[in-house]
Design a protein around this ligand. Structure first.
Ligand code: GTR
Length: 378
């Protein structure tokens, strides 16, 4: 329920009025138990998101997944970590592909160690294995220091971040015919995160039950969708993912569907295009995406100057996803009041903060994700 003290802009109060009820089944019945949520409503919503936004992955896009451990170097980061490079191979009807996974496993943490996996969409400089270049986008030393394995891969190894008519990457390897609900890049990249998870399940140094997936911006959209599709992830972190990510579409400020379709149509299935001029006709909204991750952990982060993503719309989605957690006798977001800047809400199964500053993934953000994980995942 939205409390009266929630400070809404007029656009957001519109969104509250227009918002979709995650607990209303399409036949009009209400979901009042977690068993009905899990057996009926959750599959219904997943199907709607697949059909209208992210697209459906083919049945066997890249089967035959194998792992090649190419490097294990103890004593890096001044002795704090062991560096591993694992190559994940997969093959489809029309070829094969690979993902290079880089891991820094903390030397001094109790094994198996929990993991923070970043789905990286920015340049490789941000994830330098030699650590000659250090970036706040992936502060591996800090992650290790806090007792987590720092893991990362480049999502563009799975599918390109450009519109090439789905001719390369996993689309080519898969080779099946594309329909209006065929997957776009967000779903393909999420599929890549799942292949990394396949590996994480097998490494005895790592705790497969405590893996957090982090993504920034488009990567945040990927993390959320992956968390909906793949229930092996214990925690999903969306940093400033905005439209088609953590922000509710109805009443959202900043980026709108026509923009994202014009520039990034290949992130989505073709069906999404029809909502460019009628967002209210979308049969789902993004609080329902967050709800698909329940009862697992979700952390949504915004930045105060990132009006393109719209912090209020991201916060509102967390509030509106919370009733689904209540079906599990759990608290979703612990407050209905938009928080002060740099004052994270950490108590419930959904965490949230709005950092001061602009659209970026910073050390501050990472520290809040890990503090939240220390409380709920460790
Ligand atoms: C923007 C896009 C956003 C966001 C961002 C990013 O241009 O419109 O939805 O995903 O890119 O990924 O950096």
């Amino acid at each position: 329920m939205i409390a009266n003290n929630y400070s809404v802009t007029s656009a957001q109060s519109q969104s509250v009025t227009r918002s979709l009820d995650p607990l209303a089944l399409s036949n009009g019945e209400r979901v009042t138990s977690k068993s009905v949520w899990l057996s009926k409503r959750r599959p219904e919503l997943l199907n709607l998101f697949r059909t209208h936004l992210y697209g459906r992955m083919p049945t066997q896009p890249g089967a035959a997944v194998t792992f090649e451990v190419r490097e294990v170097t103890p004593g890096v980061m001044g002795g704090a970590a062991t560096r591993k490079h694992v190559r994940i191979h997969y093959a489809g009807l029309r070829g094969k592909g690979r993902i290079d996974l880089l891991l820094f496993v903390p030397t001094h943490a109790k094994k198996p160690a929990p993991v923070f996996l970043l789905a990286c969409h920015r340049s490789r400089r941000n994830i330098d294995p030699s650590r000659a270049v250090k970036s706040s986008f992936w502060p591996a030393e800090r992650i290790v220091e806090r007792g987590y394995t720092a893991a990362v891969f480049m999502i563009t190894q799975v599918a390109p971040d450009r519109n090439d008519g789905f001719k390369s990457g996993i689309y080519k390897i898969d080779g099946t015919q594309r329909g209006p609900d065929a997957w776009g890049a967000i779903a393909a990249w999420a599929w890549g995160c799942s292949r990394v998870m396949d590996y994480l399940q097998t490494d005895p140094d790592l705790d497969r039950h405590r893996v957090a997936l982090v993504g920034h911006s488009r990567g945040g959209k990927v993390a959320l969708w992956c968390g909906a599709e793949d229930q092996r992830f214990a925690m999903i972190v969306s940093n400033e993912s905005g439209l088609a990510g953590a922000a509710v579409t109805r009443g959202k400020q900043g980026e709108q569907i026509p923009h994202i379709i014009e520039h990034f149509s290949y992130w989505f299935c073709d069906n999404y295009k029809q909502y460019a001029d009628k967002p209210d006709a979308l049969p789902v909204d993004q609080h329902e995406l967050i709800a698909l991750i329940a009862p697992r952990l979700v952390y949504v982060a915004s930045a105060s100057d990132d009006t393109w993503s719209d912090p209020h719309a991201e916060f509102l989605a967390c509030v509106q996803a919370s009733p689904v957690y209540e079906l599990f006798q759990l608290r979703g977001l612990a407050s209905d009041t938009f928080p002060a800047i740099n004052a994270p809400i950490l108590d419930g199964r959904i965490g949230y903060h709005v950092r001061s500053g602009n659209h970026e993934l910073t050390k501050y953000d990472w520290d809040q994700f890990m503090t939240y994980a220390d409380i709920h995942m460790k």
